[in-house]
Each structure stands twice: as C-alpha cells, then as structure tokens.
Design a protein. Structure first.
Length: 253
C-alpha cells in the first residue's frame, strides 16, 4: 500500500465539511487514537456502499503510517473488504460525524487475533450538527431512564447511552423490550443529578443491533422527545456542559 493510494477524495456533497477538515499527521493520529480510547463502533462501507462491516479501531502505527482495526463479524464481508480499493470509515462519537477514506486493506493479527490493516488516512472530516448534539454518559455515572410504555404497565429502567436536547439513546437489554420504531411511549423520566430531572413523552425512532460478537449483541434504541419544555432543555444543556468540563479536566494538555 502507498500513502498516495489512501488520498481518495471524501464525498463533497456538504460544503461545510472543510471547516472541520483535519489534514496534519498529528491531528489525524490524535483523532484516530481518540476513537480507539473510547472504543467507538465504526462502520466501514465499500463496493460503492453495497457492503459494510462494523468494527472498532485497535492501533495507530505512526512510523509505518498504518491503522489496525478489528476483524468484522461477517466472514463473507471481511473477504470482500480485502478486495476493495476504496473504503469509507464513519463513526459518531458524541453526535459528531467522523469520516475518512482509506485504500487497500490487508489481513493481519493483533493481540493474537485476526485483524485488518490499512494506510492512515491523509485527512479526516469531523462534522457536528449542533441541533442534534449528543453527549455520551460517563460509564462511572451512567444515567437510567425510567420508561412507561403504557399507562397501566410496569415501568422499565434502562441505561442511557447518550443524551441531547432532542432525544436520548438507550442501551437495550437482550431480549429487547416491546420497542418498535414509531411506538409512542407514554412517559419517561431521567434524573440528571445536579442538573435536575426531565420528564416527557417520547417516540421510538430506531432500534439497532450494533454488533453481534463477543458476550452478546449491543442494541441501541433512539427516542425523540415530544415537546420537551425549554426549562428541561436547559437542564440537559447544563448536564452536557458539566460532563464536557469534567472530561476536559481529565485530558492532559
């Protein structure tokens, strides 16, 4: 593989992408290491979007200019990926779309397990849409969402994965509760600790199996709030500011 091969252009349908373009080697490595540290799920699409795998990034080699990522759950799609010349990686940490393109992928091993390796991208697009900004809830202080699916049904208590003023992402148990896209939920309540409490009705927007490997499937549900009062939107914003301030204080300069 050559560095020039991985310089394939990113999609140019959004002119705002240039404002969030990372092109320096140090910036690119820092952004990729951030995804590795957080264990973010990454979608790799190829064959003009006809095929994809879900993976996580494992290691960045600054000297060899290579990126190692996990072997996907579909053996068939892994083999197709090894024949692909252009691959688009997309992750969405905290609601920020991170996208980059690489060229050829080869099989490798990492930590004694099958892995995949490709050239480091020469640029990364980071695009945040503020109206749908979500913050990941800290693992050490994970929020719980109390949900009433129907008026007379027993409430469900489900961990919160991410939160924004427009809605909430949940980590569903397996088997999945009776959630279907479009389902109206009579009420939900989330205690934001020092920021206060929010409560409203909501609608299920999606239920997605993110990964079926390891100890079991990772299942996410996205809920959109119904007419959340401005006061409660302000509580969510205070919670997000507090979380981001705490994360910055733990990040070395």
């Amino acid at each position: 593989m050559s560095p020039q091969d991985s310089q394939s252009s990113l999609p140019e349908s959004d002119e705002e992408d240039d404002r969030f373009l990372l092109t320096g080697h140090t910036e690119v490595v820092f952004a990729l290491n951030g995804l590795i540290h957080r264990g973010e799920l990454v979608t790799v699409s190829f064959n003009q979007g006809a095929d994809l795998i879900l993976t996580t990034l494992l290691s960045v080699n600054r000297d060899n200019h290579t990126l190692v990522f996990d072997w996907g759950g579909s053996e068939e799609n892994n083999r197709k990926l090894l024949k692909s010349g252009r691959n688009i990686f997309v992750a969405k940490p905290d609601g920020i779309k991170v996208q980059f393109v690489t060229s050829r992928v080869v099989e490798a091993t990492f930590g004694g397990h099958k892995a995949l390796v490709t050239d480091l991208p020469q640029r990364i697009v980071r695009l945040q849409r503020r109206e749908s900004f979500r913050v990941l809830t800290p693992l050490g202080a994970r929020l719980a969402c109390r949900i009433i699916v129907e008026e007379k049904a027993a409430p469900l208590l489900i961990p919160v994965h991410d939160l924004g003023i427009d809605g909430v992402g949940l980590s569903l148990p397996d088997p999945i509760p009776a959630f279907e896209p479009g389902t109206r939920l009579a009420g939900l309540r989330i205690d934001l600790s020092d920021a206060g409490e929010i409560s409203c009705s909501a609608q299920v927007r999606h239920v997605t199996v993110m990964d079926a490997r390891g100890s079991g499937p990772v299942i996410r549900a996205g809920l959109r709030f119904d007419s959340l009062p401005h006061e409660m939107q302000a509580r969510i914003q205070r919670y997000i500011v507090a979380i981001e301030r705490a994360r910055r204080s733990m990040t070395p300069d």
